[in-house]
Design a protein around this ligand. Structure first.
Ligand SMILES: Nc1ncnc2c1ncn2[C@@H]1O[C@H](COP(=O)(O)OP(=O)(O)O)[C@@H](O)[C@H]1O
Ligand SMILES: [Mg+2]
Length: 210
């Protein structure tokens, strides 16, 4: 019942109004023209994710025009099945998915806001990635904007690249940053770190990867 209602709202209210702009392929999608009752949960380089305040259980992931990958993401969710550290896909159409909304904040936002990231979050994510491997998937593109935490628990929000059979060191590098820099220097005081500094680090990392 509610799923049908939210599909109608997406088709009749959200999609005809929302504007998604992909300015550079390596930068997040810019979202504008968000109708009343809808709130942006976040955006990545492919898609924007929103929820409707009357249906907070669902998150709608809308792919920007010309950004590929939605079919693969659906396939990944089918393979994953249910696991408490992942979302689920309830419905999909040409350019959007209806997912279970994960409560909490990304580890990236936790660093920006100065909220402490406990080690249990990191170990939950490790376990979730091991689980994905048992489902014949390959953890990929797991970094601080693609993982979330709530009440000391860790979640993986973005599985869109888990079908790619190629080595990805992002989570290994993110964990190294957590163990070497975060735990030793930031853990106790966890001061807020401005977005622009994290953006500089992100850009340096992108250069270093090339
Ligand atoms: N199921 C979800 N529940 C809550 N927030 C989500 C969910 N999925 C994504 N988000 C938020 O939206 C952002 C972008 O989603 P993501 O799947 O990473 O898009 P992209 O594939 O473009 O990188 C995430 O960083 C996160 O903040
Ligand atoms: Mg992402």
């Amino acid at each position: 019942m509610t799923l049908k209602t939210i599909i109608k709202l997406i088709e009749n209210e959200l999609l005809p109004n929302i504007n998604l702009k992909s300015i550079k392929p390596n930068d997040p999608i810019i979202v504008s023209n968000v109708p009343n009752q809808w709130k942006v949960l976040g955006s990545g380089n492919y898609a924007a994710v929103l929820y409707n305040s009357n249906f907070p259980y669902y998150a709608v992931k809308i792919y920007a025009e010309n950004r590929p990958g939605i079919d693969k993401e659906i396939e990944v969710y089918n393979k994953l099945g249910y696991h408490p550290s992942y979302s689920q896909c309830f419905y999909h159409d040409k350019n959007y998915l209806i997912l279970r909304r994960l409560d909490g904040i990304t580890l990236y936002d936790a660093i920006v806001k100065g909220i402490q990231i406990p080690e249990s979050v990191i170990s939950d994510i490790d376990k979730a990635l091991d689980y994905a491997i048992t489902r014949n998937l390959y953890p990929h593109d797991v970094h601080f904007k693609n993982v979330m935490m709530k009440d000391g628990k860790g979640f993986v929000v973005d599985v869109s690249d888990f079908y790619k059979y190629e080595k990805c060191l992002l989570w290994a590098h993110s964990k190294k940053a957590y163990n070497k820099i975060y735990k030793n220097i930031l853990y106790k005081l966890h001061p807020p770190i401005p977005n622009f500094i994290l953006n500089i680090i992100r850009k340096i990392y992108q250069l270093y990867k090339r």
